[in-house]
Design a protein around this ligand. Structure first.
Ligand SMILES: [Zn+2]
Length: 149
């Protein structure tokens, strides 16, 4: 170890912000201001993207048609994390789900709340629970909760 370079261990916290772009801004403003979820639709492929994208991933056509999407949908897939959520510091277990909302062609990754991990199932109906205080980011949706009939 005589030739090893000396090192120091540590952590660097680097707070940052970035512009989410025109498409992201419109999506997040609708969440923040009206508790509405919107997507972009490709008229050629008839796909609805949620979260919205600026260009279709199938045909690359620019997307300028915005469509409202239901705030409820189904769990397409999920996983349970048994360690603290590194991004937001949630206590385990944390359930992450891919949620297909209404007529959306894809899924939105988010938390699933108000359910024990063993209650969560693929195909389960869930509905968005919006945060009381919203600031224009994906956590304006607090989580998706099971729709209990
Ligand atoms: Zn397309």
């Amino acid at each position: 170890m005589k030739d090893a370079k000396p090192t120091c261990e540590g952590r660097i916290k680097v707070p940052y912000k970035w512009f989410v772009g025109e498409t992201g801004s419109r999506f997040f403003a609708a969440l923040r201001d009206r508790c509405e979820i919107w997507g972009t639709r490709c008229s050629r492929c008839n796909k609805v993207y949620v979260p919205p994208v600026k260009n279709c991933w199938g045909c690359f056509q620019p997307l300028d048609e915005w469509v409202p999407v239901s705030d409820s949908g189904v769990v397409e897939s999920f996983t349970v994390a048994r360690c603290p959520d590194a991004m937001f510091g949630l206590d385990p277990p944390v359930v992450y789900g891919l949620i297909r909302l209404g007529k959306a062609s894809g899924s939105l990754l988010h938390y699933i709340g108000e359910a024990r991990p063993e209650e969560v199932k693929v195909g389960m109906r869930v509905k968005a629970v919006f945060a009381d205080r919203r600031s224009g980011n994906i956590l304006d949706i607090k989580y998706f909760a099971p729709v209990r009939e």
